[in-house]
Design a protein around this ligand. Sequence first.
Ligand SMILES: NC(=O)c1ccc[n+]([C@@H]2O[C@H](COP(=O)([O-])OP(=O)(O)OC[C@H]3O[C@@H](n4cnc5c(N)ncnc54)[C@H](O)[C@@H]3O)[C@@H](O)[C@H]2O)c1
Ligand SMILES: [Zn+2]
Length: 663
Amino acid sequence: MNAQERIQELADRITVLRDAYYRGSPLVADAEYDAVEDELRSLIEGHPELTPDPNPLDQVGAPAVLHAPIRHSRPMLSLEKATKPEQVEAFFGRFPGQPVVVMPKLDGLSLAVVYENGRLARAVTRGDGTTGDDVTVLVRALTDGIPEQVDAPGRVEVRGEAVMLRSTFAAYNTAHSDKPLINPRNAAAGTLRAKDPATVAERRLRFFAFDLYTEPDSAETDLGSALHSLGFTAADMRRCADPAAAQDVIGEIERQRNDLDYDLDGAVLRLASRDAYAAAGTRSSSPRGALAFKFAAEEKTTVLSDVVWDVGKTGKIAPVAWLEPVFVGGTTVTRATLANQEVIRARGIKIGDTVLVRRAGDVIPFVAGVLDASKRTGAEREIVPPSECPSCGQPLTEQGNSRELFCTNVSCPAQTVRRLIHWASRAAADIDAIGGVWIERLAEAGILEHPSDFYGLTKEKLLEFDRIGEVSATRMIESIDASRSVGLRRALIGLAIPMASEGTAARLCRAGFGSLEDVADAGVDGLVAVEDIGPKVAASLIEHLTRLRPELERLREAGVSLDVREEDLPPVVAAGAPLAGKTVVVTGAISDPRSGEKVPRPTFQRLCEKAGATTATSVSASTDLLITGADVGASKLTKAEKHGVEVVDQGEIWQQLIAAGIV
Ligand SMILES: NC(=O)c1ccc[n+]([C@@H]2O[C@H](COP(=O)([O-])OP(=O)(O)OC[C@H]3O[C@@H](n4cnc5c(N)ncnc54)[C@H](O)[C@@H]3O)[C@@H](O)[C@H]2O)c1
Ligand SMILES: [Zn+2]
């Protein structure tokens, strides 16, 4: 195929993909769509004479099916994209001396909100950039962050992104597991296409402003301050003097990406002054005064090649998707979770389908849904849940609304191995010298069945195995020995009792239980008396600890401590405690000023508690102090400012801790 044909093919493909996407049923993941645009862009660069007419790259959005079309006062454009630091440098180079702000690029849909003489007149979607859809009724009913009135004369147009918060998205999907939304962005767009707000009432959106036009011109030229004084929540904008500073902020936004309550797909650089931005003007489809730096994709499509049912440590049998390898969220993914049979049914997934895989941060990759079921060839296969345990062959039971499958056979081999691996894991006994593969082999050989069996292993026994040598046998035994001091909290985690979380174990220690046997003896009533432990968790604990009684005895006989450890007790508040009565939030990287060594955040929080503080994880009106370490994210600081929370550097707190003899 020659360049001209390829260009035409790509241009046609873009038109088709955009059309489907803006109708709410994308055919491919964004990253794949972007790749098509990139190929076309570089072909046209090499052969400007072959530029197609019309050129889809000069167009914005798609000529949407408009219900109530409204012409924009000025076009709503796309953004020029960048992925390399050189492009950021070039942007600064174009505007010498001009201050630039860097802000998150929110992944929702853009809206123009127009006020006339102080009153909200209408809200309009981007549409094809020239003409959008009037969505005022839906926006009024469903979107937070758009005031009904602003204190400004004449005509005020605020542009920004309407997003569905991740928390709203997750809550919606939990409540509607039969008809889940595929991702927050699609959900936001779909919400504003609804015919009647009442049908989508649980799908609340949130508006973040990033652009402003006023007639007559307002005196405030700084974009962030101007939006703020009108009563809008603006995207978090940070001023950067040079490309290096901008690159730092971009990096910081990317690192924070998974801690935020909204999806973002990049960072936007933009001239801070409204006048300078307006003076810079526009290209065919993007403003010159802004640049979008795109992050790696968190969603891609791939083929679901098989589904394997995996037996977990509590006997839960979960479907695992086997995927054709795909690079997403920074790594190559070959496996993803499909949760349970209800999720499979609700998302209508079959083996052989092209599926959308999502991997955000440390979250286990999951299959969000099928893209374009119309492309099926007929060779796809239904995903059939097993009727018996794939490991032990025993019949399964179904539990709960999502119809999770369980093998209840306590001597199921797969469960046994999973439980042993869990006992040896870092959060529990931390037997780090024996990996999962060896645990499986030792279990197969019949010498490991219960956690207590680890403590009967000897070097001689391990040396009988072909590939275990003197050095590794010694390390394994040492690692087992060290794990004898596991203690109440981590032993309870290691026993993998259904419904008992790591938090449950921590709470039991703080409530004054001295040993695992004490917990077992407390009865359901004794356990529900503990804060945040409900009757179901209590019943599960009692049931399983009663069953495990002989195992607890074996562990004790092997010299394993099941008693509470000092570090898990409620802290003893030192006399003259410097932080007495204060609620503190710790953020950023903490290090001991005396040694310069990094200190894990939980360890530092514990020190603060010993100094009399109560620790919390997020800043709110009830926070007294925000203690900052290195590399602090802007969002926590902004929040602290908003709530009038005092911000102190870790150095000051370390001094107080040292003075009070706490460290
Ligand atoms: N999957 C598909 O088939 C398909 C098809 C077409 C488009 N798409 C996706 O849709 C998007 C295309 O839209 P685009 O070309 O307008 O580019 P874009 O969405 O990447 O960039 C422009 C948009 O960024 C948004 N934005 C968010 N935060 C902003 C901020 N702080 N300042 C300014 N703008 C901000 C605005 O809504 C603006 O319209 C891409 O992500 C593309 O992958 C996907
Ligand atoms: Zn089984």
